[in-house]
Ligand binder design. Structure first.
Ligand code: UD1
Length: 422
């Protein structure tokens, strides 16, 4: 069977302007949230990526009508009476678990296939479950399916998360907005995508305060008072950060549009300390570099710390720095698979537990490599752009999960890159 790969000819300069799509990690949850407003919600700036197709299919299986027009998605949940997110979809995309909170909120019960482990760590859901139990949800696992019920109804509670989990915060929000009484989510995730979700829920009739801080207050409202809405997804900070690393690698100048620079404060700070010039406007960021790349010390942390989803891209940048860098992964336990692919291209990286010691090399060489997850895949294409010779990136389906028209956007920036069936 023919396999589709991305073929990259090195070495080209990435420069010019690129528009980022709507945030994958926001849009996925906004689609799930539409379940709480019975009727037709419209979500704009939804990226054309395969993960969105999977979430749309989850909603369709629940009985919703999901229709796309360009980058707008109509999600009509008037007749969404289903309560089950099946294994075949949850196993394709772990974020299907985001249907749990709104299903509980809407029906008082849900059946969601247990997500398995995944390549970037065990990715448990214990915090989702413990938090929802505080709100009155009871759980059973039956033949691999997580069954949730609320025999005494959903009630408000003070929930303290052990770690500011993005997914757990979102599921707790989508259930607590329609719980009886007030809730407080402490040690909540502060990602911009959480703020986006809270904005949409408030537009639908919820009462949430404190989104973007680590303590979110929710005043529960009856499910009947939630209504559909029209909402525009925020820009994708990880896509923006990926292109900015491309500009930093090749010198640029490269401008990303459609992104609030405050979403990327830590990453922009690192780009500056690594020798780049960074300018920002209201919804754009420009990077250029005329000096050598300087080494760095990066620790991934929940927002506003350095995002784990940009770790691979910055490891690539550090690989071409003049000196030694240390990268520490604190969010996912097994997120260095990218390093072994980059080694095949001539990088010098030593792994010790959750630390990567990166010794800068003068150049990388093109090689056949394989995407290990979507961010690693995107970074490998960038590696091919700066490497000498040709790079074949395999397992491109990972990239398609999260990057809309990645190849087309890179071509627009001057890269010699194409998709090919081999
Ligand atoms: C989301 C993003 C992902 C990003 C991550 C961290 C989506 C679809 N995905 O993933 O791109 O890399 O945030 O910014 O939005 N954990 C537990 N128990 C739980 C929940 C999480 O142990 O119940 C652990 C996970 O295994 C992981 C860490 O907490 O080690 C962070 O996970 P979390 O913030 O929940 O990430 P996701 O929502 O899965």
């Amino acid at each position: 069977m023919a396999e589709e790969v991305i073929v990259v000819e090195g070495t080209s300069t990435l420069s010019g302007e690129v528009a980022v799509s709507g945030a994958k990690n926001s849009a996925l949850k906004l689609i799930a949230a539409a379940l709480l407003g019975q009727g037709a919600s419209v979500i704009h700036n939804v990226p054309l990526i395969s993960d969105i197709e999977v979430m749309s299919e989850v909603l369709r299986r629940l009985g919703a009508r999901v229709e796309r027009t360009g980058h707008s998605l109509l999600v009509d949940t008037s007749e969404a009476d289903g309560i089950e997110a099946p294994y075949e979809l949850v196993s394709k995309m772990r974020a299907s678990i985001s249907a749990l909170g709104p299903l509980i909120g809407r029906h008082g019960r849900a059946r969601v296939a247990m997500p398995g482990g995944c390549q970037i760590g065990a990715r448990k859901i214990d915090m989702h479950i413990l938090g929802l139990q505080e709100l009155g949800v009871e759980f059973k696992v039956n033949h691999g399916v997580l069954e949730a019920s609320t025999p005494h109804g959903l009630h408000g509670a003070q929930v303290s998360l052990e770690f500011p989990s993005v997914g757990a915060t979102e599921n707790l929000l989508m259930a607590s907005v329609v719980a009886k009484g007030d809730s407080i989510i402490d040690n909540a995730a502060r990602e911009p995508e959480i703020v986006d979700l809270c904005n949409m829920l408030n537009e639908m009739g919820a009462h949430i305060e404190g989104a973007g801080s680590s303590s979110i207050e929710v005043t529960g409202v009856p499910i009947e008072s939630m209504h559909p809405c029209e909402h525009t997804t925020v820009g994708d900070r990880i896509e923006a950060g990926t292109f900015l690393v491309g500009g930093a690698l090749t010198g640029g100048p490269l401008t990303v549009r459609g992104i609030d620079p405050s979403f990327l404060r830590m990453a922009l700070m690192k780009l500056r300390t690594m020798g780049c010039e960074v300018e920002t406007g209201e919804d754009w960021i420009r990077v250029s570099r005329s000096e050598p790349i300087m080494p760095t010390d990066i620790q991934t942390l929940p927002h506003p710390g350095f995002p784990t989803d940009l770790q691979a891209q910055f490891m690539l940048l550090a690989s071409l720095a003049q000196g030694n860098s240390v990268i520490t992964e604190n969010v996912f336990e097994n997120r260095f698979m990218f390093a072994s692919e980059l080694l095949r291209m001539g990088a010098d990286i030593f792994l010790d537990g959750h630390h990567a010691f990166v010794r800068g090399v003068p150049a990388l060489q093109g090689a056949p490599v394989s995407s290990t997850d979507l961010r690693a895949g995107a970074a490998l294409v960038l590696a091919g752009i700066v490497a000498e010779g040709e790079t074949y990136v395999h397992a491109v389906e990972h990239i398609d999960r999260g990057y809309e028209d990645y190849v087309g956007k890179l071509q627009g920036l001057g890269a010699s890159v194409r998709r090919e069936r081999i």
